[in-house]
Design a protein around this ligand. Structure first.
Ligand SMILES: NC(=O)c1ccc[n+]([C@@H]2O[C@H](COP(=O)([O-])OP(=O)(O)OC[C@H]3O[C@@H](n4cnc5c(N)ncnc54)[C@H](O)[C@@H]3O)[C@@H](O)[C@H]2O)c1
Ligand SMILES: [Zn+2]
Length: 370
């Protein structure tokens, strides 16, 4: 049994790990990856997933592990209900109860099988069970494949805010099986594309141009196009994480479109807009603000907007947010430093920068043009 060819690596010294991107990886390949990444792991494995994803993929994964003799009879399943509201301390507690009940020990391995909700929960469980055990990410949404499974941010929500309780805990490997995207609802696919577009806008003008040419193929889920887009996105994220693991500097660039996006999510009570949709409209707002302030050319702002539109994503925020409410919502975003709003704005094709000097007047002018 050989591990599949590694697609890329997240370089973090002793905490470095491989990312595999390809088709048909969910079966026995995961067993090989596990043995390679964690040769000294014990025999206990806990697969954390949810009912929606489990129905499609849990059996393939479990059979693949068992066929290769990994964790012979010691694979436990912890299924959480499907939905962001279950990324909670209550569900975290239930999973911990299960680990206690089955007497999971310190050399167990956690596997996250699912989207970002499952990945964030499983990662936080792995970060805290017995002060930290290894875990493998098997992301099954496009958003999780290009974003949340890479970089080691893990968290659960608190009624007072999203992701308030968490830890940095890097996975030992990330296995991205693009076949899992076949069952992903169309709207979730498009929401993931928003983060893919983000990487092109902020870090790679060639990739941006490639996306302009290949958006239709991505929407049709052509495997080669998906594999390229996911690999390039992960490379960009991996490089940034390697340079700034704990977000003290350039990792903040990954928040392009997110200050506006978070405001849209909050204004709509996290109900009607998916995160990626809010980020899409947020990126258009960031591009328009950059244009207004003279940081980018009109042509570039237009290209960003057109690409987002061609991905089937919203390019305008909801109409019913008042100017006052916008300012309040953005002031609440945790990216505020010393009273000044911090924005990530594009500064040219494949480039973005952090600006902490954006005035309320500039924002008001932007909001007036929406
Ligand atoms: N840790 C990080 O760095 C980071 C980064 C970005 C987002 N996040 C977190 O990620 C979460 C959002 O993740 P998401 O967008 O993946 O949402 P999600 O996990 O809720 O998944 C979206 C929906 O798709 C379903 N699904 C998942 N895979 C499927 C598949 N292959 N086929 C069919 N259905 C499938 C899920 O059950 C769910 O209903 C948020 O909680 C966010 O805070 C974390
Ligand atoms: Zn995001």
């Amino acid at each position: 049994m050989n591990a599949p060819t590694q697609s890329l690596n997240v370089s973090l010294g002793a905490r470095s790990y491989p990312i595999y991107v390809g088709a048909k990886l969910l079966g026995s390949s995961v067993a090989a990856v596990l043995q390679q990444a964690l040769p000294n792991a014990g025999e206990q494995i806990v697969i954390i997933s949810n009912a929606t994803v489990a129905e499609h993929y849990l059996k393939t994964l479990t059979d693949g592990l068992q066929a290769e003799g990994v964790a012979r009879a010691n694979i436990f399943h912890a299924l959480m209900p499907d939905g962001e509201s279950y990324k909670s301390l209550a569900i975290y507690g239930e999973i911990m109860d299960l680990l206690v009940k089955h007497r999971l020990n310190r050399d167990c391995t956690i596997i996250a099988l699912g989207g970002g909700v499952v990945g964030d929960m499983a990662g936080f469980v792995a970060a805290t069970w017995q002060r930290g055990v290894p875990f493998i990410q098997i992301p099954t949404t496009l958003l999780a494949q290009v974003d949340s499974s890479v970089g080691g941010k893990t968290a659960v929500n608190h009624p007072g805010g999203k992701n308030l309780i968490g830890a940095f805990h890097q996975p030992s490997a990330v296995v991205i099986d693009i076949d899992t995207l076949r069952s992903l609802p169309e709207r979730e696919l498009k929401a993931g594309l928003a983060e893919v577009i983000k990487y092109g806008v902020m870090a790679d003008s060639h990739f941006f141009a490639w996306l302009e040419l290949n958006m239709a193929k991505l929407l049709e889920r052509q495997p080669d196009a998906l594999e390229h887009a996911i690999t390039r996105s992960c490379e960009i994220k991996a490089d940034i994480v390697a340079a700034d693991e704990h977000e003290n500097g350039i990792r903040a660039l990954l928040n392009l479109g997110h200050t506006f996006g978070h405001a849209i999510e909050a204004a709509t009570q996290y109900k009607t807009w998916l995160h990626g949709e809010a980020v899409a409209a947020g990126m258009v707002m960031a591009a328009r603000l950059a244009l207004q302030l003279g940081y980018i050319e009109k042509n570039h702002a237009n290209r960003i907007e057109t690409l987002i539109k061609n991905a089937g994503l919203p390019i305008r925020p909801p109409k019913n947010i008042s100017k006052q409410r916008w300012l309040e919502l953005m002031a609440r975003d945790k990216k505020v430093k010393q009273g000044k709003l911090r924005f990530i704005l594009p500064t040219g094709p494949g480039r973005a920068n952090i600006f902490s000097n954006i005035s309320n007047e500039a924002l008001t002018r932007l909001i007036d043009t929406l």
